[in-house]
Design a protein around this ligand. Structure first.
Ligand SMILES: [Mn+2]
Length: 138
């Protein structure tokens, strides 16, 4: 099992590779706002655990296991953002809220939240009803 910190790195590495085609230690350090030496340490740990293959001068790639979990972690983050938006959470809280929640919720809960988001997206009348209820309560 990946720790919360390993999950943050895998999520970011997957995203960098999606966006740019590669993930360099310096890019990971910049986007996670940590020192490059911390990134190197973590990347070595992820290599040992079979999530990435790291070669000092050639960069790093995700193994199929790393790719699979990275994809799920990015999905989880995006789903939770969508969920908080949908229930009307103020935009300014959403990113930090998701960063706080994402490592502490079961995949079962993620699946149920996925269903709930889909339930609202399937029929705009449901979303309107929720928004109206929200306004009445204010
Ligand atoms: Mn995240």
């Amino acid at each position: 099992m990946a720790t919360a910190s390993m999950e943050d790195y895998l999520e970011r590495i997957y995203q960098l590779i999606e966006d740019k085609g590669y993930a360099r230690v310096s890019d990971i350090a910049d986007t996670l706002e940590v020192h490059p030496s911390s990134v190197t340490k973590m990347v070595q740990k992820l290599d040992k655990s079979g999530y990435v293959v790291y070669e000092k001068y050639r960069g790093l790639i995700l193994t199929s296991k790393g790719n699979k979990i990275g994809k799920r972690l990015v999905y989880r983050h995006e789903l939770l953002e969508e969920f908080l938006q949908l229930i009307g959470v103020d935009e300014s809280f959403i990113y930090q809220d998701v960063e706080g929640i994402e490592h502490h919720i079961s995949w079962d809960a993620i699946d149920r939240i996925g269903d709930l988001v889909q339930y609202f997206k399937d029929d705009p009348a449901r979303l309107n009803a929720l928004n109206n209820y929200h306004k009445e309560e204010e």
